[in-house]
Design a protein around this ligand. Structure first.
Ligand code: GEK
Length: 240
């Protein structure tokens, strides 16, 4: 995969635009997400393992907000030809590059450039929202989670990974600080951290684990738990 280093915010930007998943971001995306999200590799690899366990014969495995297809590739490794993978992302350049990266896999795959709020969902045994729901307007989140639950076969699984926030103010600032240390340790400068933070403010809106849990249960998932957490990043499983 493309491993060009992320230096998008290394120089002072006189006017910081809102963060967008454009060509520039696509070029550096694997490096950016790896150096910004603690536990990213573990979450992606284990998404594949969980898909291998839960993918049902002739069903659909959705990768919602697929970016360059990291979760799709991990799932393909474990499900082979048992199920079809459907990747959805509303960024044209992401889907264009993802199409190249998934060209040689054995699993039947369909990539859609559309919004996950609108994409048709059916016959799902696995759905993955790895760091995507946080970019969906808060008002649209309950309907989306309900549509996923409705499209899910009995025994199907949703993997939901997100940046999270904490109701406890002390824990909120501790985890934010620890995340900053993680970024510093991965070579991001104070300028890069500050500029990225203002570009992404109001674009990425985190919620608490309690909010996610309640929404998943209300949508009809029966068993819900956090299976991974590192600082203010967590991954949950929800089983129908
Ligand atoms: C990974 N899952 O590598 N509809 C469709 N796509 C969207 C929407 C939307 N409403 N909003 C945002 N996106 C991937 C990483 S990145 C996470 C996911 C990050 C897409 C957006 O274009 C981008 O590709 C992706 O969601 C979020 O595990 O950059 O922090």
């Amino acid at each position: 995969m493309n491993q060009k280093r992320d230096t998008l915010y290394a120089q002072q930007h006189p006017q910081l635009g809102r963060f967008a998943f454009d060509e520039q971001v696509v070029e550096v995306f694997p490096d950016m997400i790896q150096r910004s999200v603690p536990g990213y590799s573990t979450i992606i690899a284990m998404t594949g393992v969980m898909a291998g366990r839960y993918a049902q014969e002739n069903s659909h495995c959705y990768d919602l907000g697929c970016s360059l297809g990291a979760s799709s590739l991990a799932m393909a490794r474990h499900i082979g030809r048992r199920a079809k993978i459907i990747g959805v992302d509303n960024s044209d350049p992401m889907i264009a590059r993802c199409t190249e990266l998934l060209a040689d896999i054995d699993t039947e795959t369909e990539l859609r450039c559309e919004s996950i709020q609108d994409t048709a969902l059916s016959n799902a045994s696995v759905a993955v929202l790895n760091f995507t729901l946080q970019f969906v307007p808060e008002a649209d989140r309950p309907a989306l989670i309900r549509r996923i639950a409705d499209a899910m076969l009995p025994g199907g699984i949703l993997v939901l990974s997100e940046k999270i926030c904490f109701p406890d103010a002390h824990l909120q600032s501790l985890n934010e600080e620890l995340h900053l240390e993680f970024k510093r340790a991965n070579g991001y400068s104070e300028l890069e951290i500050a500029q990225k933070r203002s570009a992404i403010e109001n674009v990425l809106v985190p919620e608490t684990i309690a909010t996610h849990r309640q929404r998943l249960l209300e949508a009809g998932f029966k068993s819900v738990d956090v299976w991974f957490q590192c600082f203010n990043f967590a991954s949950m499983v929800a089983i129908k």
